[in-house]
Design a binder for this molecule. Structure first.
Ligand SMILES: Cc1cc2nc3c(=O)[nH]c(=O)nc-3n(C[C@H](O)[C@H](O)[C@H](O)COP(=O)(O)OP(=O)(O)OC[C@H]3O[C@@H](n4cnc5c(N)ncnc54)[C@H](O)[C@@H]3O)c2cc1C
Length: 408
């Protein structure tokens, strides 16, 4: 089979690249094909919390998050498909450390200069936004009312379905894909179903990318670590009257369960920088996901297949006292499961997006360092522009360049 662009990997990034590429290519003369060895979303994207927020410390990332949020929020209206975007708001608890507060304020200022709706909050305001939260009187935080989350599988399915509607094809369960290189150029992928030939091959293979590149003789500083998350029953959302009573009139941005929402979240997404935890309600499953912020000391995986799916209660036992100290209501909530997953890290915790200089025609999109599901629309757009030689407006090419590590 022949394609103009062949995408390997059907996670958030691969499906988003397929969509943006298909929009720009003639399906008859410039086909776009995505191949996935498992099912769509069988990598990190199927296990993500998919929190959507614009609270990045780096300007290019904050700008992309702002643009991506518009895509998620407008998807239903624009294309009639729902990615499960819930606007619960995102509350960052920065604590009392003056240096951390100074950084928070600087970041909020930068984000606001990009047009992002976010504000610094006092302890009193945080308590009003998030009834039941325990914060020190001197603590500061920030609140982003438009943040929340999407449903990752619906998002991936939507990207893939839209890509197909523009003429792309998506093939799952394609076994043993191997990148073909001829005369130093990527020319396609050999699989058990035969060869897929294409002058542009995109590795959107998440945690598998480092291994694939190594087999091609390319070294990139990618590390894959194993992360655990735990789940608790979700508390009941606060009664609307209680939230109203608790809120001062001068706080114009606040978490309020939507009265028309049949399955409201119990509270905003909480990014607790003090304890290194994040909380994201999953109303449909009546549970709250608790994960960690920061990946220091996590066990490294040589090969993604070696991920141990058996999860002990160690992470939960560590997280519980911190969680209960922050949101005491969780002391009454029953545990309901754990999961293990992969995080693909780069040394500067920024993704790698672009052409592999050692192998022209081969592109990588990986290293999202535990974030950035939310950036998928901008990444897809930017990479499609790059491959097709169009002006690259959706991402900052230099910022994500695979060559940036060689230059250090
Ligand atoms: C527990 C957890 C929580 C997270 N929470 C958030 C969050 O709240 N917000 C946020 O923005 N981000 C979050 N992230 C990060 C985010 O999920 C990832 O950055 C994102 O999902 C990466 O998507 P991807 O498409 O690059 O990779 P993946 O989803 O891993 O996709 C790679 C795909 O490639 C396929 N593949 C691999 N090798 C081959 C091959 N040789 N041939 C064919 N197919 C192949 C795999 O089967 C897989 O489907 C979280 C991640 C994890 C693990």
């Amino acid at each position: 089979m022949k394609a103009k662009i062949l995408i390997v990997g059907g996670g958030a990034m691969g499906t988003s690249v397929a969509l943006s590429a298909a929009k720009r290519c003639d399906p008859l003369t410039e086909p776009v094909i995505l191949i996935e060895k498992g099912s769509l979303g069988s990598g990190s994207s199927g296990r993500t919390g998919a929190v959507i927020h614009q609270g990045y410390a780096e300007r290019p990332l904050a700008g992309m998050a702002r643009d991506a949020l518009k895509v998620y929020a407008g998807m239903h209206r624009l294309v009639g498909r729902n990615v499960g975007y819930k606007r619960t708001g995102v509350l960052v608890v920065a604590g009392t450390d003056p240096e951390t507060i100074a950084v928070l304020k600087r970041n909020v200022e930068m984000q606001r200069s990009l047009g992002i709706n976010v504000k610094v909050m006092t302890a009193q305001e945080m308590r009003a936004i998030c009834p039941g939260i325990m914060v020190d009187d001197a603590a500061m935080g920030s609140y982003e009312p438009d943040g929340g989350y999407v449903e990752p599988r619906r998002t991936i399915d939507t990207f893939a379905a839209l890509a197909r509607s523009y003429g792309a094809s998506t093939r799952t369960g394609v076994q043993n894909p191997t990148v073909l290189v001829e005369n130093g150029r990527a020319v396609g992928v050999a699989t058990s179903e035969g060869e897929f030939r294409a002058p542009n091959v995109v590795l959107a293979t998440g945690p598998w990318t480092g291994v694939i590149l190594k087999e091609l003789g390319v070294e990139m500083p990618l590390r894959v670590v194993r992360i655990e998350e735990t789940f608790f029953e979700m508390p009941d959302p606060p009664a609307l009257e209680d939230v109203d009573d608790a809120i001062d009139d001068d706080i114009e941005t606040r978490f309020q369960p939507d009265p028309l929402d049949l399955m409201p979240a119990a509270h905003p997404v909480i990014l607790d920088q003090v304890n290194g935890l994040h909380l994201r309600c999953e109303p449909k499953a009546k549970r709250t996901r608790v994960g960690r912020i920061g990946f220091d000391g996590l066990p490294e995986l040589e090969r993604p297949e070696s991920l141990n799916e058996e999860v002990s209660d160690d992470f939960r036992n560590w997280a519980s006292p911190l969680l209960n100290g922050r949101m005491p209501v969780y002391g009454e909530m029953a545990p309901c499961g754990n999961q293990a997953a992969w995080i693909t890290l780069t040394p500067d915790q920024r993704p790698i997006v672009g052409q592999v200089k050692e192998i022209p025609g081969l592109y990588v999109v990986t290293g999202f360092s535990g974030n950035d599901f939310q950036l998928a629309p901008s990444i897809g757009e930017g990479l499609a522009q790059m491959i097709l030689g169009q002006p690259v407006s959706a991402i900052d090419e230099e910022f994500f360049s695979p060559s940036r590590f060689a230059a250090v």
